[in-house]
Design a protein around this ligand. Structure first.
Ligand code: NAP
Ligand code: SF4
Length: 674
């Protein structure tokens, strides 16, 4: 008897059957643009072997003007079709199914040639779109239909027509972006003409036995977004037009409400999809912040949808479904929704990967093979770098001993998990614990590894991490000043007024920790109130009339840095704005360009700029120092003076800009090479 009967039940689509209720949602990985089709095929084939029922590719442009950026991949030629056939063949050989997403970006296309319903520029793009005329609209429809027909030729099992997230088809649906007065604008019947026409003509072109998914924006989260009645009307017309399945889209890209970040509660939007159940007779898929089989099971058991879409969880673990089926759900590497190696990479023009699984999108290049020469390997430090090195080396057959002074594994991850909105880190540390327990790694906690004790190992990996940097501020040794470590480890409790020195990732986390009593990530109603989200049946677009209503901050916090630049500039590309907005909602004062003059019983004395002007005191009961890190390399240096050549990784290697992504990647790659 499985623990996931709903998730593992097949779904009969009439002309074909999906083997379970799990869809791998569309992600732009950048793989197609590498033109290494073996690599693309291996990425999808690994997920097909892992048991997912149906996958959707990253968005393929139907034409040049609709590409998300100039040069975006699409099926433009016979050669493109042949290349995509390599992918679909490999997926079918692995008993998988795959649909190609057709993504016309409209005004979100990063190009001066972008087109839309009306010439309304997007706040997240520098390019105003050109308003399409009747012929222009016909051309876009024809190109989308051609793209679907080519996908069929390339061996895909279906297509997903991207109608949500504020892209082209979505832009016709709402008056926010559609100001037209012809038959494509005005009344809702007119505004929905384009998506309905697209689906109808795609169905005509591909025949009845081809999956057509329509991704429908169920809550726009923008002003003048759709009402719930409009969503239902559209869904019914999309069904009539011939769609096989309706998938859920949540929020436009320009919405100022987080929809997939780690601080969004799990399954935060499944209630929206549930409202559509029963309104149409084709299957409905739900999505967003669903990352574990128990969450999938509860969503389906609660009748929120017929199927669940997860995207990033398949970067973290291609074997998600197989592990759940085999009773090994605890071994699923959890997607912590950090965006650090996936979306942040996409938006920086880099290939996607995954913080917890550096092999994602690197399947053909980062290969973990059995070791030919089995070695004894000591790994010192059970933080993310050491854990990934130890597990990978052990997987390859090496004899690994993992040392840590602490009584728990996890290193800095144990601090991150204390931060409200970062609760997913608990699962990541649990996963490492499970994987260690199931491995042959000899784990020695509360054990200080000395240079003498390490002498007999064939290889020594030093992953001793970082120490807080000494900020050297006069008075910092007083009783009112603490380091972020002492605070997050619960060794001290801050007073009512707090000054936080340093506004890097940790300064922001500490500020969040200080102002938040109960994490809204753990309480969906509170989170919706905080960000101003409501039922789209109550208000257009699902934006609450009262706007964001945050909890009263638990403390009065001032966050400071010496640089005169905007605070939080270096935070994640897709998540920095959320951290800044969250602290602004809780009245955290942000001060840049200061000198730290001294600390005394009154608080933190600062002045401005090189001329040390405007001396003043930031009154504070507690001052928390988050001034960055330096490498902990004492052991590495002791070994080197004895003529040893340890491998130094993670923060012990380079402290600046250290994050778990780099640590895990470095640990895995080193161990794969030994
Ligand atoms: P950080 O990002 O390097 O920030 C250090 C902060 O301390 C800066 O604001 C810096 O600003 C200040 N600082 C540097 N030297 C100082 C000195 N001598 N005296 C006073 N202030 C000083 O380091 P972190 O915040 O400790 O974070 C460490 C790493 O963890 C980062 O690389 C970050 O990526 C990662 N992390 C990431 C996240 C995330 O959300 N992705 C969260 C937590 C941590 P000024 O020099 O302008 O004063
Ligand atoms: Fe999930 Fe982070 Fe990996 Fe992206 S990088 S897939 S958000 S764990």
């Amino acid at each position: 008897m499985t623990a996931y009967p709903h998730m593992l039940a097949p779904l009969d689509l009439g002309f074909t059957t999906l083997k379970n209720r799990v869809l791998m949602g569309s992600m732009h990985t950048g793989l197609e643009e590498t033109k290494d089709w073996n690599r693309v095929a291996e990425f999808y084939a690994a997920r097909a072997r892992g048991g997912v029922a149906l996958m959707v590719t990253g968005g393929m442009a139907p034409n040049r003007e609709g590409g998300v950026f100039p040069g975006a991949a699409g099926l433009f030629s016979d050669e493109d079709i042949a290349n995509h056939k390599i992918v679909t063949d490999r997926v079918h050989d692995a008993d998988g199914k795959i649909a190609m997403q057709i993504l016309h970006a409209g005004r979100y296309a990063y190009s001066p040639d972008c087109v839309s319903a009306s010439a309304v520029k997007s706040p997240i793009s520098p390019f105003p779109p050109k308003e399409l005329d009747e012929d222009g609209i016909e051309k876009q429809i024809a190109d989308i239909v051609t793209s679907a027909a080519r996908a069929q030729q390339a061996g895909y099992d279906g297509v997903e027509v991207m109608g949500s997230e504020g892209y082209f088809l979505n832009q016709f649906l709402v008056t926010h972006t559609n100001k037209r007065t012809d038959r494509w604008g005005g009344s809702y019947e007119n505004r929905m003409r384009l998506p309905v026409e697209v689906v109808r003509r795609v169905r005509d072109a591909v025949g009845p036995e081809f999956i057509v998914i329509y991704r429908l924006s169920m809550i726009d989260l923008i002003p003048e977004g759709s009402t719930w009645d409009e969503v239902v009307m559209l869904a019914r017309e999309i069904e009539k037009a011939g769609a096989t399945i309706i998938n859920t889209g949540i929020g436009w890209h320009e919405a100022r409400i987080p929809t997939i970040a780690t601080s969004v509660p799990r399954r935060a939007f499944t209630w929206v999809t549930k409202k559509l159940m029963g309104e149409v007779s084709i299957p409905v898929i739900t999505s967003n912040r669903i990352n574990m089989p128990d969450v999938v099971e509860s969503v389906l058991a609660d009748g929120c949808a017929d199927m669940v879409s997860m995207a990033r969880p398949f970067l973290a673990d291609p074997d998600f479904v197989a592990k759940a089926m085999n009773g090994n759900a605890a071994q699923i590497a959890p997607c912590i929704a950090c965006n650090q190696a996936c979306l942040d990479h996409t938006f920086s023009g880099k290939l996607s990967s995954c913080l917890v699984n550096p092999r994602a999108c690197h399947e053909t290049e980062l290969v973990v093979k059995p070791a030919t020469d089995v070695k004894s390997i000591a790994v010192v430090g059970a933080g993310p770098a050491g854990l990934s090195a130890a597990l990978t080396a052990s997987e390859r057959g090496h004899k690994v001993v993992l040392f840590d002074k602490a009584s728990e594994i996890g290193g800095q991850l144990n601090m991150a998990k204390q931060v409200p909105g970062k609760e997913e880190f608990w699962g990541l540390v649990d996963w490492y614990r499970t994987m260690l327990a199931g491995s042959d790694v000899d784990v020695r906690l509360e054990t200080e590894a000395t240079a003498d004790a390490l002498a007999g190992f064939d290889e020594i990996i030093i992953a001793t991490g970082v120490m807080p940097r000494d900020a050297q501020i006069p008075g910092q040794d007083g009783p009112n000043t603490v380091s972020y470590r002492e605070l997050l480890q619960g060794k001290v409790v801050a007073g009512d007024k707090v000054a936080v020195i340093g506004a890097g990732g940790i300064g922001f986390d500490v500020a969040e920790f200080l102002v938040t009593e109960d994490s809204p990530t753990e309480d969906l109603d509170e989170w919706m109130e905080e960000w101003g989200v409501t039922d789209p049946a109550a208000r257009r677009g699902g934006l609450a009339e009262a706007g964001p209503q945050p909890e009263t901050p638990a403390r009065q916090v001032t966050l400071l840095q010496r640089k005169a630049t905007k605070l939080g500039k270096g935070l994640g590309k897709t998540t920095g704005w959320i951290h800044r907005a969250s602290l602004a909602l809780r009245d955290v004062q942000m001060v840049g360009g200061v000198n730290y003059e001294r600390i005394d019983a009154e608080g933190l004395h600062v002045s401005d700029g090189a001329a040390r002007e405007n001396p003043r005191v930031i009154k504070a009961d507690t001052i928390v120092i988050c001034a960055g890190q330096v490498s902990e390399r004492n052991l590495a240096e002791a070994l080197m003076t004895r003529g040893k050549s340890p491998h130094v990784i993670g923060g012990a290697d380079v402290a600046a800009e250290l994050d778990a992504k780099r640590a895990i990647d470095q640990g895995t790659r080193l161990a794969a090479s030994l």
